[in-house]
Design a protein around this ligand. Structure first.
Ligand SMILES: Cc1cc2nc3c(=O)[nH]c(=O)nc-3n(C[C@H](O)[C@H](O)[C@H](O)COP(=O)(O)O)c2cc1C
Length: 186
């Protein structure tokens, strides 16, 4: 069977971000059937304004992210939870991408993970991402879910040190691979 390509999109721009660290950990925990790399950055996206889109079109970094999503077999969103909800920067990035013709999330397998300092690991934000993905007609993967609570106790210098968390992530990625093959026939 051909290897499936995935990209990770972290919802945090912070240098010491636990979500970005989690995203960087995934290639090491992936089954042989998955190749995982980081998506092009959304850090320079302007705040979405339809007038700007009308006047100047899509900024090059928006096109780069959209093309990268279109080119892969699946996307892993690794997101912080801000005020019980979506982090605005990544929501803005997805809003930009969603306005491109043939927006790339349609029929795309998407998995969601989250890491937080608090104990619940982003349980609320994940359901908000699922709601966004309904409108975008993505194939959002359900279970097992990955909520990394108390992230400061599980990462050291950007490395995941918690074996139970690593084991859950391996299960998630294995099941996500099977899900992608089921929905895409690949
Ligand atoms: C604006 C803001 C709002 C936050 N709201 C929540 C929240 O609702 N739930 C939660 O568990 N943690 C919340 N936190 C704490 C984050 O989980 C914590 O800062 C985490 O490290 C952010 O992810 P990152 O490490 O990937 O940057 C919030 C942090 C910020 C900056």
């Amino acid at each position: 069977m051909a290897q499936l390509k995935l990209i990770t999109i972290s919802g945090s721009l912070r240098k010491g971000s636990f979500n970005s660290a989690l995203a960087r950990t995934l290639p090491k925990l992936a089954p042989a059937g998955l190749s995982i790399s980081e998506a092009p950055s959304w850090a320079s996206f302007p705040i979405y304004n339809a007038d700007d889109q009308g006047a100047s079109g899509f900024p090059a970094p928006v096109k780069a992210l959209s093309d990268a999503i279109a080119a892969v077999d699946g996307v892993v969103i690794v997101s912080p939870e801000y005020n019980y909800g979506l982090p605005g920067g990544l929501k803005n990035a997805i809003d930009w991408v969603s306005r491109i013709d043939n927006q790339p999330f349609k029929d795309k397998p998407v998995s969601i993970m989250s890491a937080t300092g608090g104990p619940l690991g982003g349980s609320r934000v994940q359901y908000q991402w699922r709601q966004v993905m309904v409108f975008l007609e993505a194939h959002t993967f359900n279970k097992p879910e990955i909520f990394v609570g108390g992230a400061h106790t599980k990462f050291e210098n950007g490395e995941l040190k918690d074996q139970p968390t690593a084991d859950f992530i391996k299960q998630h990625l294995g099941a996500f691979e099977a899900y992608i093959r089921k929905v895409s026939g690949k």
